[in-house]
Design a protein around this ligand. Sequence first.
Ligand code: TRP
Ligand code: ZN
Length: 887
Amino acid sequence: MKDASPRTIYLKDYQAPDFAIDTTQLYFDLYEDYSEVTARLVISRSAENVVPQLVLDGQDLKLLSISINDCELAKDAYEIGEETLTLNFDKVIVEGFSQQNFILETKVRIEPQNNTSLEGLYKSRTMFCTQCEAEGFRKITYYLDRPDALSEFTTRIYADKSRYPVLLSNGNPVASGDLDGGRHWAEWHDPFKKPCYLFALVAGDLVAVDDEFKTQSGRDVLLRIFVEEKDRDKCDHAMRSLKNAMRWDEDVYGREYDLDIFMIVAVDDFNMGAMENKGLNIFNTSCVLANEKTTTDAGFQRVEGVVAHEYFHNWSGNRVTCRDWFQLSLKEGFTVFRDEEFSADMGSATVKRVEDVSLLRTNQFAEDASPMAHPVQPSSFIEISNFYTLTIYEKGAEVVRMIRTLLGPALFRKGSDLYFDRHDGCAVTIEDFIAAMADVSGRDFSHFMLWYQQAGTPKLKVTGDYNQTEKTYTLKVQQSCPATPESATKKPFLIPLDAALIGEQGRIAPSKVLEVSKEQETFVFHDVAERPVPSLLRGFSAPVNLDFAYSLDDLTRLMARDDDGFCRWDASQKMAIQVINNVIVSLANDPAPTVDKRYLDAFGEVLNQAITSLKNNDQTLDLAMIALMLQLPSEEYIAQQHSVVDVDSIHHARARVKRKLATTWYEEILAGYEYLNVPEIFAVDAASIARRTLKNTLLSYLVTSGREQAIDICALQLATATNMTDEIAALTALTHSASRYAVDQKGAALASFYSKWSDEALVVNQWFAVQATAPLPTTLNQVEELMKHPAFDANNPNKLRALVAGFCMRNPIAFHERKGKGYRFLADQIIQLNARNPQIAARLLTPLTRWRNYDEQRQGLMREQLKRISVTPKLSKDVFEVVTKSL
Ligand code: TRP
Ligand code: ZN
């Protein structure tokens, strides 16, 4: 909580700390109504000259005692501020004291049981746990809470033995013992110096699922996943993913794990997905627990990706860390790139790429076009928690990907080796990462650095010209980038444009990476025997908006003939968007516009291909790609292509096209569904996931037809499903259907699903989300009712994400209801959360920050709610920053 006008922090003001904390000894005394933390810090001056003060960070702490070299300090030797503890050296009267080298010991009292911000030390259900990134450690003890202060940590925990039999911290266990009064203690030592944001502590009644891993150099590592007893049967997938990630990092990056033990703890109350604390990762239960009965395929893949992501941070983040929080993408962008490539190698690479690009184009592009747009390396912030964004993570990963595209995989690996070796044990900058890439390749990256410095999504306007007599094909490329808050005019980016030419029978020349570096550029292809269709931005080679005037016939050719899977899928999406946009235009004066036959035919072509291959049991066709090509772009992605978003038209036009596809191809869709709807042994490999994805895509079309037969099929799938993927797909199709026949069955279906799964928190969250995302006028009332449901808990971020974020961020037609009831609902939630959990409150604000995208009436209603939030007393820094920047 903070004062009227919070301070902005600037990258240009960075200064190295005057002092180093060489070693940190922590003592935690945990009780039910308070806890005490003693910190014994061995401090040395790193500044050359004598300095007057040492300022430590600290927030919501009650200081009980403070000493230097074991002498209690006089009251005037230190000063306690809102967020600081200042030592005034000229008032320190301690024999033999020198600021060159001294021991500072503080003891503070905190109240973890009342800490609802889930930052610092807090209680999740029955256990104590910590979340220190980015600036949570200052809520535990007075410290240099900045990532460039690296220290060697020893941690001793004292707690009640029966309530908290398991006591964990970073590094290796050193010693433990029993105490009087039913208490016990354990001590941990982490030999690797680290910044305090990587500190972790856990105390709870947990069971361990164990395994082991032999590293490439032959060391044995104990792997332990700690969960509550009831979740013991949901750890296998995370364990398998962890071992795969450890092997992959050795094979692909030459990086080996460095401690004798690696631990994961699952907690229910967590602001984000997971946290890479050294040797002791703490995970949101939603990102670690999985089994076939309770977890969808998407859930399994998320667990695999997040387990790998946090593990990969051990090198990209922990061994080499960030100098300051402006460098956040140094660890996050690089680590996301690493986990994306890992998942691509574990499953279907093309499907993974399509999913990642979809997320980027739908959500990061929207962020980059919003008042919250910021560069991958921001130059200022008010609250760093607000910068754990799609831009830092996903766009940051795309920037690293472009570096690999420009250098090629071998040089890129040399560059990453040099980066890790050169900076091991250090806190560094994005420039250091780039310097390693430049040094191994001899390439000049100064122009490329604009990707880190300029916000906004560049637009590439491309035209193509075929010269029949010269047999040449000329691409004219023009780049531009819209203004963003930090800069009105942009310098041209260096854009790797991977391109190929597609003839009637397929690709007619090798693809090549064109380097677009100026505002306008021309590239000529020679010996082009026939009029080609260009395949552009292959594999999505740069995070840009591509504008090329493809005809429906061009797109049909790309869908059928392009050998780049991403471009084949993208052609299907471009086609769907053109057709939906045409319907939007026609809807203005024709209530029943037609859907372009060429699109219906292209869809039928893909569908029939799938049916033929299912009939012949032919394993060569990638069913996952088929499923992706049959899915329509989301309303959110379609909205991206419109300067003024007409929520209703987009929804109705898309629904109309979907219904037309469903009725035109009903028999074929049904046939495909029946081939796939056969008993199978459950597995989470790419082929099995592909079959389920296609089956449930087809189910969604069947139900969209509105036919009673289809709804009966859906109800039967719901009743007989043996895995959560099939079960939730059927529940969703039924719940989201507006047909009378479905409406009559919903209530009973939802009730029986709940009573079946009421003991499984993560399944109940899915049940909340299915209802919150129903595109129906009754949904807001339903959401308000569900907030009173005994299973809802407004202090649990997963529940808020399922219900509140589900409704406000994944249900455009209901959230943007014309009278603004959705906006008012969201503002009410944010105002309440502002005090309890500022990080989540600020995240939930996202949809309101996009008010400029809508019609005037909605703009007014959204701004009204933003203003209402802005005058809330005691606005947190988090909410303050987002509200003021977006108004
Ligand atoms: N570093 C974490 C990651 O792997 C992000 C994170 C976890 C986080 N918990 C947080 C960031 C709380 C801010 C606040 O990406
Ligand atoms: Zn991360």
